[in-house]
Design a protein around this ligand. Structure first.
Ligand SMILES: Nc1nc2c(ncn2[C@@H]2O[C@H](COP(=O)(O)OP(=O)(O)OP(=O)(O)O)[C@@H](O)[C@H]2O)c(=O)[nH]1
Ligand SMILES: [Mg+2]
Length: 227
């Protein structure tokens, strides 16, 4: 399988700047479309998608719920490994959000971990309509090795990533500011990667994330037209 090639970072950045005015209220229209175990079950590869990826239990599904304003759209759980399929949510006829299974939870059976490793890789490499990843990272912890692998892969392929420093309600003000500063520093050599503080529980950074996601969804993709 030939990995798709994304726009060069500088091109992609230009596209993003052009299209930052989309109305975030569209996100409230999100509705569940389907859950896919296998690539053949994915919706047709057209329009644009932004996918939430990241460590198990970091708050991906909670972030989707906060951002769409629907408390039960994506299933959340205290037990890691809750999302075990690729879940597609439709915003309108051409735009979707995607909840990917989390990685890094040791109690998920090895065969299942391998299946998702392979399927998520395939999703990233082949999905032409994928515009960007949202990567929630726990604001109290360092990104994991697997987070870095994903960030590096996206940087190498020109795929934008927006990092949400989740569960920031668990940090005091000083620690929150410090977490944001450190994250900005460590991502500073990745021009297509942005970062913000976020809390699904306390509504921190939700509006900011909405604006970013809309800009990413509506960024022009040079891949679809060139590959
Ligand atoms: N304090 C706090 N807890 C949160 C926040 N976001 C999520 N959580 C909690 O973290 C746990 C995991 O949240 P999920 O949204 O299910 O995490 P996930 O990344 O989708 O997990 P998997 O589907 O297992 O990969 C739940 O108990 C949530 O209530 C937040 O902003 N603040
Ligand atoms: Mg989940």
């Amino acid at each position: 399988m030939t990995p798709k090639s994304y726009a060069t970072p500088s091109d992609a950045q230009l596209y993003l700047v052009k299209s930052s005015s989309s109305d975030p209220s569209l996100l409230r229209q999100a509705c569940y479309t389907l859950s896919a175990h296998l690539p053949r079950d994915w919706p047709e590869d057209q329009g644009s998608e932004v996918a939430f990826a990241g460590r198990s239990n970091v708050g991906k599904s909670s972030a989707i719920n906060a951002i769409t304003g629907h408390s039960r759209l994506a299933r959340t759980s205290k037990t890691p490994g809750r999302t075990q399929q690729i879940i597609f949510f439709t915003l309108d006829e051409s735009r979707r959000l995607v909840d990917l299974p989390g990685y890094g939870y040791a109690k998920v059976p090895v065969a299942m971990q391998q299946h998702w490793e392979k399927t998520i890789r395939r999703y990233l490499e082949e999905r032409v309509c994928l515009r960007a990843l949202i990567l929630p990272v726990d604001s109290r912890r360092e990104p994991t090795e697997r987070d870095w692998q994903l960030l590096n892969w996206c940087a190498a392929h020109g795929l934008p990533v927006h990092v949400l420093l989740t569960k920031s309600d668990k940090l005091g003000r000083g620690k929150r500011t410090q977490a944001l500063r450190l994250a900005r520093q460590s991502l500073s050599d990745m021009p297509l990667t942005s970062v913000q503080l976020f809390s699904a529980l306390r509504d921190v950074g939700v509006e900011q994330a909405r604006h970013r996601i809309m800009a990413l969804l509506d960024s022009v993709d040079s891949v679809g037209s060139s590959s």
